[in-house]
Design a protein around this ligand. Structure first.
Ligand code: NAD
Length: 433
């Protein structure tokens, strides 16, 4: 079987959803016209970034900013630094951002950026030069009401601070003070107009969705067992909030191995084990934490209620999907389940809660940062947390309703239907297509 590219996959997803949505529209001619519009990328901007390395030599890197669709508001999407970044991938990711923002009810379209670079080979100074070069090369694409980048894979709040600073300096040199350009980049450090609570927002948002789901499926939180793959920013905060909501984490893994204890782990003991020993298996060997050590991959085979991939993409594949015994796969990572694996999960009756819903707490808090920056307001931690939860609840409720109304669709398909319907209906009433 020949594999298809990420962007081909994104287009197929649109076609699949369109088949299910078509019956909702009487005027098929207009519907098809709008479909063509949303299958078309608005803009692909490319650049070759040239930076001086610490050695004095020059290095060049290919860079992209892709804007998929802005029917519902300014483009929004992260910037990824990775050696496998290519135009096809950035186009797919920008399309998925359009859906993610629509699902989260945010007034944004979708975009994405990327640089083809292995950031581990660069020093901090070189990374700073690269980040600034990216903004200088592509600045005409950015702005608080045009396109708002954020961190993505291998980019973080420090990189956003360098990028925002570069952008502000460019605007200053142009004598342009027309807008609050601080609002152009989100995911900045809190001290530099960032949003309190941003770091934990993805984990918390996921737990809010899980709590709603448990209610719908009549699962008692205290009896719901969770296996958590990955204990970085998302996994760590997911564990923290899952415990607060009464869920039971019985297994956790990092890149070195998995630990399993049917009695459950507290968030505090997981945090201490990871912080003190660097890996869970080392903490277990040292007697710091109880349970059984398993190879990292065995997290997928555990008999639990909820399997939470919170590490990276493409970890549930046709090769390991047969091992999965969980009732629910809850995608906190981006793209952890391949489409082939998802088809098998569906046949096995295992529900997949898609990344576009489960991890949308991150982009929602980016939106809060933007709202504060454009208005000159500052919110405290409590306000952010109180605003995040109802938005996550309503995103879940919309998708659940669609999932129940359109018989036979998966939760992911229901999410895509919701998102596409919003973009189609907005485009339709605007009339400019
Ligand atoms: P991170 O780098 O902080 O953590 C990733 C963790 O995964 C690391 O601790 C690493 O040790 C672990 N890991 C790597 N290989 C593993 C393996 N084979 N088995 C188990 N664990 C392994 O990254 P993060 O910010 O927590 O992001 C995790 C995922 O969530 C990514 O897919 C990311 O795109 C997605 N995501 C993150 C955010 C956010 O706000 N940080 C928002 C939306 C989506």
């Amino acid at each position: 079987m020949t594999s298809i590219s990420a962007y081909q996959n994104a287009l197929l997803q649109i076609d699949d959803a369109a088949k299910l949505l078509a019956a909702d529209y009487q005027d098929q001619k207009t519907f098809q016209k709008i479909l063509q519009k949303i299958k078309t990328i608005d803009k692909v901007a490319t650049a070759t970034l040239k930076i001086t390395l610490d050695s004095g030599e020059t290095a060049t890197f290919k860079a992209w900013r892709v804007q998929h669709n802005n029917a519902r508001g300014p483009y929004k999407g992260g910037i990824r630094f990775h050696q496998s970044v290519c135009e096809d991938e950035v186009k797919a990711l920008s399309t998925w951002m359009t859906w993610k923002c629509a699902i989260a009810n945010l007034p944004y379209g979708g975009s994405k950026g990327g640089v083809c670079v292995d950031p581990k080979t660069l020093s901090a100074n070189e990374l700073e030069r690269l980040s600034r070069a990216y903004v200088r090369a592509l600045e005409e694409n950015f702005g608080p009401w045009l396109d708002i980048p954020a961190p993505d894979m291998n980019t973080n709040e420090q990189i956003m601070a360098w990028m925002a600073d570069e952008f502000l300096e460019i605007k200053k040199s142009q004598g342009d003070f027309k807008q609050n350009y601080l609002a152009t980049f989100t995911g900045k450090p809190v001290v530099f107009a960032g949003c309190p609570g941003r770091l934990e927002a993805t984990g918390l948002g996921g737990c809010v969705v899980l709590r709603q789901l448990a209610q719908k499926l009549k699962m008692k939180n205290s009896q719901t067992t969770i296996a958590l793959q990955g204990y970085g920013n998302v996994g760590g905060w997911f564990a923290h909030h899952a415990e607060k909501m009464g869920f039971k984490i019985v297994a956790v893994s990092d890149s070195r191995g998995c630990i399993y204890n049917p009695q459950g782990y507290t968030a505090a003991e997981l945090k201490t084990a990871k912080k003190t020993f660097g890996s869970f298996t080392k903490a277990l060997e040292a007697g710091n934490i109880d349970g059984k050590a398993l190879p990292a991959e065995e997290i997928f085979a555990l008999k639990v209620d909820v399997l939470v991939p919170a590490a990276m993409e493409n970890v549930i594949t046709k090769d390991n999907v047969h091992k999965i015994q969980a009732k629910i796969v809850f995608e906190m990572a981006n793209g952890p389940t391949t489409s082939e694996a998802e088809q098998i999960l569906t046949k096995k009756g295992i529900m997949v809660i898609p990344d576009v819903l489960a991890n949308s707490g991150g982009v929602t808090t980016s939106y809060f940062e933007w709202v504060q920056n454009v208005s000159g307001d500052t919110w405290d931690y409590e306000k952010v947390m109180n605003k995040l939860q109802p938005l996550m609840q309503s995103a879940f409720a919309d998708i659940w309703q669609m999932y129940q109304n359109k018989k036979g669709v998966s939760v992911r398909q229901a999410a895509y239907l919701i998102a596409m319907k919003k973009v189609i209906d907005t485009t339709w009433c605007r009339g400019n297509f």
